[in-house]
Design a protein around this ligand. Structure first.
Ligand code: SF4
Length: 361
């Protein structure tokens, strides 16, 4: 049985940050090549400074898949560590230093609700429907796509995944993030009439069967509670104050925000665009607080604003602190069950089918 440690022992809570950092460095040295620490862009600076590799969920999954390290400590949210365990070997162990770190978006769709919707959809249409799940979903949904001729996508390859799917079927069932599905399909010239939101409660009579029959893409009603906070009105305000501003938003932002932006893309794309922009340029950015604040610190010569009056933060990403990382590293060898993420082999096998289809895109 795995042991989950979200509450650290009391004596560790009294340590100073300097002591924690020093113990992390010592533990890392001891574990040497047996250890790989992965840090998602939305992790705090205190984690990022110890990470061996930093990236978005897709990049980190690929790094995990290519790693030979025995212990992979994934500083991100639960679904990312689950995917990392699926893509690594039986001889490798994946850990999430705080297994309570879930994802609001991934939790918007559970496998039972998706299976029910899938069965209901089949009663409405005879056309071939291809399921696509966003990377930000449970491994069970990735396995569902694997078993049903579907695919996984990320925010950087969603367009290619949709092209792939429409070559194989008339319709796409896209979950869990409605915004990524709508923003990407619209960018590909699918009209809003052909983009339908699935009524997951089954009570909204305004969604009629004809809308489903005429749809090219049916969206699950899920969203990220961080990215949905960004506002189109803030873009108008920033453009009034800074006519030369460029706006870039993550495609998990709502339709109006992405439509009013100059560009949209994954966290990796946002970082690249800002890094490569000219001195004195002005940016409005629609993504998570810790990443944007890091960009602000790095680029003193540029002005970078949030697309909101405040800075929306992913609370679950913040659940991994340097003390959690230290505790994880110090307990890796003696008791490697702490915070271990171990997925069911059959689920992993089915999930790999849809993940591999994505990797082949
Ligand atoms: S930012 Fe949104 S999608 Fe990303 S981990 Fe947090 S809740 Fe999930």
């Amino acid at each position: 049985m795995n042991i989950n440690v979200s509450q650290l022992p009391d004596d560790l809570k009294k340590l100073t940050l300097e002591e924690v950092n020093s113990r992390i460095i010592t533990a890392k040295k001891k574990l040497s090549d047996n250890l790989l620490i992965l840090g998602h862009h939305y992790q705090e600076d205190g984690i990022i400074e110890h990470a061996d590799q930093i990236g978005d969920s897709f990049a980190l999954a690929k790094i995990a898949a290519n790693s030979t390290a025995k212990y992979i400590v994934f500083c991100g949210v639960y679904f990312m560590a689950e995917t990392a365990d699926a893509v690594t070997t039986k001889e490798q162990y994946v850990f999430c230093p705080n297994v309570e770190a879930g994802c609001y978006l991934a939790d918007c769709a559970d496998i039972m609700a998706i299976e029910k919707a899938w069965a209901d959809l089949k009663k409405i249409t005879d056309e071939k429907v291809i399921p696509i799940t966003y990377m930000n979903s449970s491994l069970a949904l990735k396995a569902f796509c694997g078993k049903n001729d579907g695919i996984v996508c990320t925010s950087s390859n969603a367009e290619n995944a949709l092209k792939w799917a429409w070559k194989r079927g008339e319709k796409v069932f896209f979950f869990p993030d409605q915004h990524l599905g709508r923003n990407t399909a619209y960018k590909m010239n699918v009209s809003l009439d052909e983009i339908v939101l699935w009524d997951k409660e089954g009570q909204d009579t305004s969604i009629d069967k004809n809308a489903i029959i005429n749809a090219k893409i049916i969206l699950w009603d899920g969203c990220c509670d961080v990215h949905q906070e960004f506002r189109a009105e803030k873009i108008d305000e920033l453009r009034r104050d800074y006519p030369e501003i460029r706006i870039i938003a993550h495609p998990e932002c709502n339709f109006e925000v992405v439509r009013k932006s100059d560009d949209s893309g994954s966290t990796t794309k946002i970082i690249d665009v800002i890094n490569n922009s000219k001195k004195d340029s002005i940016w409005g950015v629609g993504t998570e607080k810790k990443l944007v604040e890091r960009l602000q610190k790095l680029h003193h010569d540029k002005k970078i604003f949030f697309l909101q009056d405040w800075a929306p933060e992913c609370k679950t990403m913040s659940m991994i602190t340097p003390a959690h990382l230290m505790y994880q590293l110090e307990n890796l060898v003696d008791n490697n069950l702490i915070n271990r993420i171990s997925v069911d082999a059959n689920t992993a096998k089915d999930a790999m089918k849809s993940i591999n289809r994505m990797l082949e895109l």
